[in-house]
Design a protein around this ligand. Structure first.
Ligand code: PGA
Length: 248
């Protein structure tokens, strides 16, 4: 069975709306590839200009966050139906920066996964271990626990459309990439965990990305591994290098 590749940029808190439109124009021809899903996950304020800028291209728009209620008195928040209406198709959930700085725990992330599906958005669910857990050789248990907790009550049919991003925290923004073998080991463990929780066809269908200092130089090797179906790219998503990753 062949899974369609998915390369997503995570712009984080970068790019003003006018810079966002310029970046889309710079990347437009570089990211053309009909065999890969290409997604820009952008700050909320950039969603509308980016959706406009990528109209008619192969690029899909993603969000970086939302709140779990549909509407109401939640000053400063944005809901999943609002994202959907603005043209968003994917949303990052459980990024380590949100787990750490915004104290989002697995119960809250599980509610976000449910709400994303309810609104018709595809979650890019992130998991990953700290350096300490890796050195204690506890990383696989930790990641299985994250996946199991975040997917409580999610059906097999939903999981078949889900994207999971394995992002070791020690590799994010550090320039220290996991080796292709390290990344493959964990991506395979995630797929095995999905097979245990659901069944083999669901595990075969779910797309698993690697993220953490992926760049134009190391993407091809990481993406050659059998259980790595794509990448979630931070720093390199803001540069022409992103086009080289898409085409790797
Ligand atoms: P990085 O970020 O590519 O800059 O390491 C990846 C991420 O945090 O999604």
């Amino acid at each position: 069975m062949s899974r369609r590749r998915i390369i997503a940029g995570n712009w984080k808190m970068n790019m003003t709306p006018s810079q966002a439109a310029e970046l889309c124009a710079t990347l437009k021809d570089l990211v053309k590839n009909d065999n890969v899903d290409v997604v820009y996950c952008v700050p909320a304020i950039d969603i509308v200009p980016v959706a406009e800028a990528v109209k008619g291209t192969n690029v899909k728009v993603g969000a970086e966050n939302f709140y779990i209620e549909d509407k109401g008195a939640y000053t400063g928040e944005i809901s999943a139906p609002m994202l959907k209406d603005a043209g968003v198709e994917y949303v990052i959930i459980g990024h380590s920066e949100r787990r750490e700085y915004f104290k989002e725990d697995d119960a809250f992330l599980n509610a976000k996964v449910k709400k994303a599906f309810e609104a018709g958005l595809t979650p890019i669910l992130c998991c990953g271990e700290s350096l300490e857990l890796r050195e204690m050789d506890a990383y696989l248990d930790w990641i299985r626990l994250q996946i199991k907790s975040d997917l409580v009550g999610i059906t097999a049919d939903q999981v078949k459309t889900l994207v999971i991003a394995y992002e070791p925290i020690w590799a994010i923004g550090t320039g220290k990439t996991a080796s292709a073998d390290q990344a493959q080991e964990v991506c395979k463990a995630i797929r095995d965990c999905i097979a245990e929780m659901y069944d083999a066809p669901t595990a075969e269908a779910v797309r698993i990305q690697y993220g953490g200092s992926m760049n134009a130089g190391n993407a091809a090797e990481l993406l050659s591994k059998p259980d790595i179906d794509g990448g979630l790219i931070g720093g390199a998503a803001l540069k022409p290098d992103f086009g080289q990753i898409v085409n790797a």
